[in-house]
Design a protein around this ligand. Sequence first.
Ligand SMILES: *Cc1c(COP(=O)(O)O)cnc(C)c1O
Length: 384
Amino acid sequence: MENKNMLMIPGPTPVPEAVLLAMAKAPIGHRTGAFSKVIAELTENLKWLHQTSGDVLMLTASGTGAMEAGIINFLSPGDRVLVGDNGKFGERWAKVAKAYGLNVDVIKAEWGKPLDPEAFTAKLTEDKEKAIKAVIITHSETSTGVLNDLESINKAVKDHGEALIIVDAVTSLGAYHIPIDEWGLDVVGSGSQKGYMIPPGLGFVSVSQKAWKAYETAKLPRFYLDLGKYKKATDEDSSPFTPPVNLMYGLQASLQMMRREGLAAIFARHQRLTKMTRAGMRALDLPLYAADSWASTAITAVAPTLVDAEKIRSTLNKKFDIAVAGGQDHLKGKIFRIGHLGFASERDILTVIAAIEATLIELGVEGVTPGAGVAAAASVMVQG
Ligand SMILES: *Cc1c(COP(=O)(O)O)cnc(C)c1O
């Protein structure tokens, strides 16, 4: 049906009407007093969302740009870095680090499995000369629905003392508790089209005091992504270059919505939606790609055995106007991924599960009890 599309992909995510209306305002000059007030409010609310009193900077970039900025501002050519790779995004940060001439040591785990914190501890304790300058990890690996154990890996980094921890929190920020100051996370990158409930186009990077120290001596080339420029401007409620003014009006509305809901409630909602989704898939005998103990709260990857995942995906699209994501690389056709990040509610989950039930029946999968998935999810919802 026309104009009835339901986005359940891990970005872009659905955008609330209040945000869309806020973005429909006529743009104003970004060097005006009125817009300075907007930047000041955004900065304050971003710090709240990041649970930090440190800097949170806004870039006109997607999440990859935010991460690239997070990597290149604090390191010098030839610096040794450890990169965790258990999916598409971990792989990408290793490529970025290599592109900039860093000396990259990759710690891998199988797709669908979490990174092993012990592997980081081992490399970091061996490094007596403190040659490792940064550890780069993806918290929620969107390609597989795996949530890596950031807290434990960060402890290993803190024991090392020298290395910075640089975190891709693109699908965990606003979906999972990440106490940046309490844990001492140095650099945390995220992007607007994920947990922020606004369209793509803005990237965010939080920067610790320790990272700013490293910035002073870091020698990798930087210009547009030079975070020092963003800090200087942000401290004056301004921006170094022309920012996406209308997107920032949207962000203003979405951060206000988030503050009204509260961080604890936002995290609890994401947990609940994750549990509902997983219960629904189990009740339909659809295997989950990542185990419960390391399930991302942003995305659930499902690995059907009796029918091609792409068939499920295209039927959901054609019959129900529901967009779920497919598998990437070798997982194409093997998994489909249900996004439940940002502006997502129980109603969305019940709907997608009901549509998956009908899809399985339509595709001739035997032994599907109509309503079984929805019943399981509803029962999780009621129990909380
Ligand atoms: C979406 C995403 C990114 C950023 O991708 P962009 O397309 O550049 O916004 C980075 N990391 C993870 C884990 C993501 O899900």
